[in-house]
Design a protein around this ligand. Structure first.
Ligand code: NAD
Length: 380
């Protein structure tokens, strides 16, 4: 069975779906891997590295896709270039981030093209599937990079310095939303010497926050909202008001705020109002990791850095791509572990929809949209 790894085409994307180490693993399990020339260049893997790992390198995406039974990507095929979907053979399996709940047109095209779409976003977050969880691996990178971005924009040092030229007080960071990205942001800010506070509506994370050396903000009222599968759910209006009061009290003397709060299937909750931004010290920095789903801060603009009341508010696009070597390495590991769920020892493919990872993450198969959540989202 041929596995194709086309070069990513999304603007600014530097990651690749499979690194040479992943090629070695797949070749060992009886698959033939074909990589488009240059696919790994931005993530530190040359065509020669791929060849040395046992892959064939071809000069175009069309050549890579021809005859491939499995296609590996990071980003969904672009609809702007019809060849990205139509180049995939009928009956092939596409494994990629697919944004299936918000990208109905792509889902339809995959179904019409007889392509089996496996969505990395829908890999269930069960203990057994942790090593296949690309949302987590990429959020880890984003959380880390968010702090570096903030530190780079802050007109201050982060750690405490005791020098002959005087003592510098450590910077203060606040992390809102202590999921995968938030916990990594806390750890990174602590490593850089900042004093860190954090808040999340899931009370279970308090212990994790404290174990990283940060202070968990305690609300006087009940501001907890635990949803299904370890995710948060939306707060009531009254609880949301209480949360805003808690955050308003914390941001006034904070230098860096990293916001990561998300609720699956909904717009990101508003946690920082413009009024709160105004209350912050000029020069402070907010990095809003929820900017793609509307932002946690009222003044965030996705893809831009705005200065509001002297505060720099950053709404970054695709942060994992800014650390492509390790983001690709982790994504590649997620994908090769996922492939082991349906590729046998001799390279034979057997998709079993009763499988607790493959079933929920398969979006299209045999010309149909197979995933109930996606069907509901598409209204069909
Ligand atoms: P996410 O990106 O959906 O949300 C980020 C964080 O925002 C979450 O911690 C959430 O509780 C928080 N949040 C939502 N609304 C908020 C609000 N109003 N105020 C403050 N915080 C708010 O979540 P994620 O990081 O992808 O994962 C969240 C959780 O999912 C994990 O911590 C874990 O419990 C579970 N998970 C399980 C596994 C696994 O077992 N394999 C893997 C990854 C994640």
């Amino acid at each position: 069975m041929k596995v194709a790894v086309p070069k990513e085409t999304r603007s600014g994307e530097l990651r690749v779906a499979l690194v040479p180490l992943g090629v070695t693993a797949l070749v060992k399990s009886g698959l033939q891997v074909t990589v488009e020339a240059g696919a790994g260049a931005a993530s530190g893997a040359s065509d020669d590295d791929y060849r040395a790992a046992g892959a064939t390198v071809v000069s175009s995406a069309a050549e890579a896709l021809a005859g491939a039974g499995i296609v590996l990507r990071v980003n969904p095929p672009s609809l702007a270039d019809p060849d990205e979907v139509s180049g995939i053979e009928r009956g092939a399996i596409l494994v990629s981030f697919l944004s299936p709940l918000t990208n109905p047109e792509l889902v339809r095209r995959l179904a019409d093209g007889g392509i089996t779409g496996i969505s990395m976003e829908l890999v269930p977050r069960i203990t057994r599937a942790q090593s296949m969880d690309a949302l987590s691996s990429q959020a880890t990178v984003a959380g880390y990079k968010a702090v570096l971005l903030a530190a780079g924009h802050l007109p201050k040092l982060l750690p405490m310095f005791t020098t002959a030229a005087g003592t510098i007080r450590p910077a203060k960071a606040l992390v809102l939303g202590a999921g995968v990205a938030g916990l990594q942001a806390i750890a990174t800010a602590r490593r850089l010497g900042a004093i860190v506070e954090a808040f999340d509506v899931r009370p279970a994370v308090k212990e994790q926050v404290e174990s990283l050396g940060a202070k968990f903000l305690e609300a006087e009222a009940d501001v907890t909202a635990e949803g299904e599968g370890g995710y948060a759910k939306e707060l009531s209006e009254e609880q949301h008001k209480k949360e805003l009061e808690l955050i308003a009290g914390a941001v006034v003397d904070t230098d860096i705020v990293i916001t990561t709060a998300q609720i699956p299937g909904r717009d990101a909750p508003l946690l920082i109002t413009e009024e709160m931004v105004r209350s912050m010290r000029p020069g402070s920095v907010i990095v809003d990791l929820a900017s793609e789903s509307g932002g946690n801060c009222e003044v965030t603009k996705h893809g831009e850095t705005v200065v509001s009341h002297g505060v720099q508010v950053i709404g970054p696009i695709n942060l994992p791509a800014s650390i492509p070597v390790h983001a690709s390495q982790m994504y590649s590991k997620n994908i090769t572990t996922l492939l082991a769920e349906f590729v046998g020892k001799e390279g034979e493919v057997a998709l079993e929809f009763e499988n607790d990872v493959i079933g929920p993450s398969t979006v299209t198969h045999g010309g149909e949209v197979t995933n109930e959540r996606v069907r509901d989202a598409l209204g069909s």
